[in-house]
Design a protein around this ligand. Structure first.
Ligand code: 8X3
Length: 254
């Protein structure tokens, strides 16, 4: 593991937020395998250190809702960033509108939207210097509403429009702005966090589904976008398991 910015490098630089698990960790591995020096950012430094050691990357403790931490991340990365993967985010709760807790919605907005805005702003000069790409991991929750999804569908839609506005605003500048919108992805943490640690509720999300996506499936999409020629912009890539036709239409064997 490198422990500094290594004043870097002829290597291409990638920054992955939410890198401590799931899609973020899988994408960090995929980008490292393509030769990127990956800055692995997340709150949980212990897990990051293991990952960074494994892939020869740099671990950076960073809560993206903390402006000082985000500024420090950008300073550590330095003047060049070829790929920014805005992956940090997640769902909190799946309560109907009648009983949803506004504090959950506010926290989701901080993580998925304003935190993502902070990171994008902080790394934009380095992305532009590298003629790089920013990739937003949104969700099919932004495609349509579903019961209990009001908060999460809302913040993922906001993140989608963050990406869309960025693409319009940067059209004359050398930064690709891309979005990957995954449906059902079975990771250890997404649903567990959503349901406050209730493993039975988390398991029920994937019960009887023949092969939900896994983090590596999304990482492969990230790897592909990251390695496309500079003039090719993937505006949005929507991906689901074959067994899921919409967020509320899922084939289950039970
Ligand atoms: C995860 C997809 O269906 O849980 O981003 O909203 S869903």
């Amino acid at each position: 593991m490198l422990d500094s910015d290594s004043s870097s490098h002829d290597r291409r630089i990638a920054v992955v937020t939410g890198a401590s698990s799931g899609i973020g960790a899988a994408s960090a591995r995929a980008l490292a395998a393509e030769g990127f020096l990956v800055y692995c950012a997340a709150r949980r430094i212990d897990r990051l250190t293991d990952l960074a050691t494994e892939i020869g990357g740099v671990a950076v403790a960073c809560d993206i809702t903390d402006q000082d931490a985000v500024t420090a991340l950008a300073q550590k990365v330095g003047g060049r960033c070829d790929i920014l993967l805005n992956n940090a985010g997640g769902a909190i709760g799946q309560d109907p509108i009648e009983t949803a807790d506004p504090a959950d919605w506010e926290r989701m907005y901080q993580i998925n939207v304003s935190g993502t805005l902070r990171v994008t702003q902080a790394l934009l000069p380095a992305l532009e210097a590298a003629h790089g790409a920013v990739i937003f991991i949104t969700s099919t929750a932004a495609e349509t509403a579903y019961e209990g999804g009001g908060g999460y569908c809302g913040v993922k839609s906001a993140e989608r429009y963050l990406a869309g506005s960025t693409r319009l605003e940067l059209v004359a500048r050398p930064v690709r702005v891309c979005e990957v919108s995954p449906g059902m992805v079975h990771t250890k943490e997404f649903s567990l966090v959503r349901f406050g640690g209730d493993q039975a509720k988390a398991d029920a999300v994937y019960a009887g589904v023949d092969a939900p996506l896994v983090a590596e499936d999304v990482a492969e999409a990230v790897r592909w976008i990251a390695t496309l020629p500079e003039h090719v912009n993937i505006d949005r890539l929507v991906m689901r398991p074959r067994a899921q036709a919409s967020n509320w239409k899922v084939a289950r064997n039970r």
